[in-house]
Design a protein around this ligand. Structure first.
Ligand code: PLP
Length: 381
């Protein structure tokens, strides 16, 4: 038997995995499962991006690239970030195989054993795992009592953040709530970060998916330029989950530390994928608008359907998730939803917020209607 490292034993397999395994099992038995547990857009990658990838492959762009990414893509990313008000240069960017790797490298670069990381709950499942893998300790602030908004929770955040805090993670628009934080909320974060000398990770992976509001990049807020790590990626904005492409932007001294982890682990993101990424970042406005409009319609439809069942669901202005209030025992509720109604969702407790189930509305209107009907039929709503 193996003598496993403490760092892997500290971490649990993802709770979403249990649900998708169950969904897979049922589907293998021929059951029609409405899968609302997935975190990926149900659109194909825009055709011009696919073409750019193919052309790059045909042109022989199949070798290693410079570890931090091809200059053309890093320049395009820096330009995009400057458009968001972040004072970015190509040398402050690392191109990674997905935003997840960018987050992983950031936690590994900043967190020592026992260092405190503050999360806003409900928080995306992998933050906790990444903090634990790095040996950090968690301090969690619950946004559930405030309809998942950050501004009314600033007093609670003020209590939580201290000189012992090393890092704070902000994810707007949020997975799993869809909340987009106000500028006042972000300025509140800035005040605390400056007062207590805290670095802030701003995970902006859902940045392009907002409905009638603008997401503000934390790194553009005055006073945050030297203490923000901006994380973004191509998975959600351009429906490119399987291409594995993302990036981090941070002050150069942090980039040079993370670059060591990057070069000694993944070496670089896939060459032809990076070239397709240049096309995605510069030439996909229409595809993004189309997806955004579709998500917005589905969100409104789903909220209306739940309202017909007298359910008041806090609806966010971004991403493609909502948190449905369910029993306190959300794990049992989700088990019943998948086993009896054949609707796959993720328990809120996986995100630090029991009493909810996360619903992804990256599914067709027909399937969303079907899901609500089935949940109602089985008295789950
Ligand atoms: N951050 C959040 C909040 C996410 O929901 C995800 C994906 O589910 C990621 C980061 C990472 O995405 P990727 O590694 O595909 O870029």
């Amino acid at each position: 038997s193996f003598d496993f490292a403490a760092r892997v034993e500290r971490v649990e397999p993802s709770a979403t995995l249990a649900i998708s395994n169950k969904a897979g099992e049922l589907e293998a038995q021929g059951v029609d499962v409405v899968d609302l547990s997935v975190g990926e857009p149900d659109f194909p990658t825009p055709e011009n991006v696919v073409e750019a990838g193919k052309e790059a492959m045909d042109a022989g762009h199949t070798g290693y690239t410079s570890s931090n990414g091809i200059r053309e893509l890093r320049e395009a990313i820096a330009e995009k970030l400057r458009g968001d008000g972040i004072d970015a240069e190509a040398d402050e960017v690392i191109v990674t195989p997905g935003g997840k790797q960018a987050l992983f490298e950031t936690f590994q670069s900043l967190i020592d054993d026992g260092d405190e990381v503050v999360l806003l709950d409900p928080a995306w499942v992998s933050y906790e795992a990444m903090v634990k893998l790095a040996g950090g300790s968690l301090n969690r602030v619950d946004l559930a009592p405030y309809d998942f908004q950050l501004e009314p929770a600033l007093d609670d955040l003020t209590e939580a953040v201290s000189d012992d805090t090393e890092l704070l993670v902000v994810n707007s628009p949020s997975n799993p709530t869809g909340a987009v934080y106000s500028d006042d909320a972000l300025e509140g974060v800035r005040d605390l970060a400056v007062e207590h000398d805290v670095t802030v990770i701003s995970d902006e992976i859902y940045e392009q998916i907002t409905y009638g509001v603008e997401q503000t990049s934390l790194g553009s807020v005055e006073g945050m330029e030297d203490r923000t790590v901006t994380i973004n990626g191509f998975s959600k904005a351009y429906s490119m989950t399987g291409w594995r492409l993302g990036y981090l932007h941070a002050p150069e001294e942090l980039v040079s530390q993370a670059a060591k982890l990057h070069s000694h682990s993944v070496s670089c993101a896939v060459n032809f994928v990076q070239r397709a990424g240049v096309e995605a970042i510069t030439n996909t406005d229409n595809a993004v608008t189309e997806m955004r409009d579709a998500f917005r319609e589905r969100r409104d439809m789903l909220a209306d359907l739940f309202a017909e069942h007298d359910l008041d669901v806090p609806v966010g202005d971004g991403a493609f998730y909502m948190m449905l209030p369910v029993d306190d025992d959300d794990t049992s509720w989700c088990e019943a939803a998948i086993e009896d109604a054949h609707v796959a969702t993720v328990p809120g407790s996986a995100f630090g917020s029991p009493g909810y189930a996360r619903i992804s509305y990256a599914a067709s209107e027909e399937r969303l209607r079907e899901a609500v009907d089935r949940l109602a039929e089985h008295d789950l709503i």
